[in-house]
Ligand binder design. Sequence first.
Ligand SMILES: O=C(O)CCC(=O)C(=O)O
Length: 257
Amino acid sequence: MITQKDVEFYKDNGYLLVKGVFNQQEVEEMRKAVEGIIARAAQSKADYNSAWQGDFIPAEELKKLVLKGFHDVHYHDASFMRAVIHPHMTAVLTQIIGPNVQLHHSKMLVKPPENGAAFPMHQDYPYFPHEKHTMLAASVHLDHADEENGCLRVIPGSHRVGSLPHVGSYYLNHKEYPIKEGTPCVAEAGDVLFFNYLTIHGSETNRSSRTRRNVLFQYREASDFPVENTHFDWGMGLMVSGENPNFTKVKPEFKII
Ligand SMILES: O=C(O)CCC(=O)C(=O)O
């Protein structure tokens, strides 16, 4: 799926856009699954607005922004589980992470037209710090994403700077790191943007008349352990590729609620 040059690009820049990881039919299946989650959430009155809060946008504007965000999507619909372990996906992951790859968590991010919420620039590292920094996001595009509908933006090479102080541990100072200065990653439905959890990224408001739907899977190398007891999601540690050299070290505990 990718060449050695792509692997070098990822190592140098901290991100890689891979075209055509999923075909039209697979994209359609995931779009339907996203709609299903939104419909069931509305029915069960669990339909929260997950838009980021903070001073990175004027308060009046922030009030209008909407984000449909749900975690653990592979527990909502089987199409996402198929995507998590899709052979095209694992082909890329094993080249940029190594033979043994685990899922950390999954989520969906739907930015509705006109007022789809922005993401201030941030690193994912403070949310789930790990020892070896192998953690990366694979953001699966379910729509064409461009500057108008708030595509992902990255700061190439920023993963090499290490972890930076975040405002209230959520995002970077927006005056120092304005969203618009990130490199826009224009993508088609079916493309996947891979980026390391130290790579600075974010996205602008969706001001277009088009929805921007993404599903995001976080993966890590199987012997890369968390350094803090934070951010536990269902399915954390599922083997996506290879074998688990340390299975005795981790035992998930579940509580039925
Ligand atoms: O999808 C986006 O626009 C941003 C997602 C993001 O920054 C995140 O989930 O950490």
